[in-house]
Design a protein around this ligand. Structure first.
Ligand SMILES: CC(C)(COP(=O)(O)OP(=O)(O)OC[C@H]1O[C@@H](n2cnc3c(N)ncnc32)[C@H](O)[C@@H]1OP(=O)(O)O)[C@@H](O)C(=O)NCCC(=O)NCCS
Length: 147
């Protein structure tokens, strides 16, 4: 897709407000849930990556800092009509570039089972047993900083 730009923001940005709708539509409503029931405290300490085309925000991913130089990749979402066009890949690439540059040594995430193929294609490895989150099956996945 043309003219997609990736920016780094935080929850004080006016653009943050647009991410509630994005995550609610993509990550909660299809499961019969609402983001309004989530505790969003992490949003205010996370580093947020957004994909934009013009003034439209099409996708996002959040970096949550954990102990031991580990970054958690979470809240990965692209609006349905823009999925499969390489936007998720651009977001993960920007996330990784930022993470490795800022001293993180490993990225972990809770991958929905349906998204395992997406993360595998980006070099992430699943580990541990399947577990349930937001009512659906997930696996832990990880990727280490390249040598
Ligand atoms: C998962 C998601 C973020 C991927 O973003 P996207 O923009 O659709 O993905 P891309 O177009 O960048 O795809 C990148 C690669 O992953 C592959 N891929 C994408 N989704 C996939 C899936 N569900 N299963 C297998 N492979 C997948 C693509 O074919 C592409 O491979 P290629 O570069 O070799 O062609 C997006 O589809 C989405 O928001 N899904 C619904 C919400 C969700 O599941 N979020 C993840 C929660 S853990």
């Amino acid at each position: 897709m043309d003219n997609i730009s990736i920016s780094v923001i935080n929850a004080t940005s006016p653009k943050y407000e647009l991410l509630f709708h994005l995550r609610d539509e993509v990550l909660r409503k299809p499961l019969g849930r609402s983001l309004a029931n989530d505790n969003l405290y992490r949003d205010f300490i996370d580093t947020i990556f957004i994909a934009e085309q013009g003034d439209k925000v099409l996708g996002c991913v959040f970096l949550h800092s954990l102990e031991n130089n580990v970054a958690q990749l979470r809240a990965m979402a692209v609006y349905p009509q823009y999925q499969g066009k390489g936007i998720g890949r651009l977001l993960v690439q920007a996330f990784e570039q930022y993470a490795w540059k800022n001293g993180y040594l490993k990225i972990i995430l809770h991958a929905r089972k349906v998204a395992l193929g997406f993360y595998s294609s980006m070099g992430y490895t699943a580990y541990g047993d399947e577990f349930t989150e937001v009512g659906i099956p997930h696996y832990m996945m990880e990727k280490s900083k390249p040598e």
